[in-house]
Design a protein around this ligand. Sequence first.
Ligand code: SAM
Length: 274
Amino acid sequence: MKKFSKIPPSKKSLGQNFLSDKNVLERMVSFVPENLTDLAIEIGTGTGALTKILSSRFERVVTIEKDDRLVAWLHENDVLPDNCRLIHHDVLKVSFSSITQAEGKQEAVVVGNLPYNVSSQIVFKLFDEHRTVPAACLLFQKEVAERITASKSKKSLGVLSLVAQLFYNVRIVMDLSPGLFRPRPKVTSSLVLFERKEKGAGVQDAKVFLRVIKAAFAQRRKKILNTMAGNLRMDKKLLGEILKEAGIDPSCRAEDLELRHFVALTNRMCRYFL
Ligand code: SAM
């Protein structure tokens, strides 16, 4: 068996909680839909455990790792199989579309045991890059996964849920207990599967959608009319009419609404914001 040099001590600031149980990793990868593309992008290579499983399922794997010490360790020990390319960078500074282009592909699935410090930003990144990513399978802290998948009238429904759900159907497919990770985190993790909606999102402009939902949830306990009027500096009478046109009761709260209401509202607000 190949002998590796000592793995650098884990860094909490980079969310380094490694998974090594092959059965768990294989189960995680089994949720990634097949036949969409033969390219997978992994966020956070770590010691390459998940990368190796991905490399047996996909023709090509591009894996992104920020930690200089781990990148050096992966190279020194020649850990990664030949069909993997390691990018030494911050995932938030790399575009998925530039990776697919460099690989001569149109699309890639995105997989990762995410560093928790960037998990919300990755959901926003999927929103921005949904045209390149038909599906993603990502591990989050359970509480974040519940916010991502929350629907109407749930306390956890908010900007993150709507950003995740505009372009994707999302669901929790598996929970992982802290004991499966090294070092052991304090909380349970949940694997979320993102599957891009075939029919698209129905919004005229994604930037206006973001503006609308951020304004609606700025003070979630207040009536939507008051919160949005203050936040967007809009005339209350006009906004009240627009809300009603979108099928929204101006005296309700943002958390009482569903995604479809925000889509209808966005399309009516485009007149004023574009
Ligand atoms: N995939 C490995 C596994 O399952 O064991 C490692 C997962 S560990 C939770 C997260 C990994 O992401 C770490 O290796 C960490 O160094 C890396 N990481 C943290 N922040 C990053 C960033 N902004 N860009 C790329 N990688 C990052």
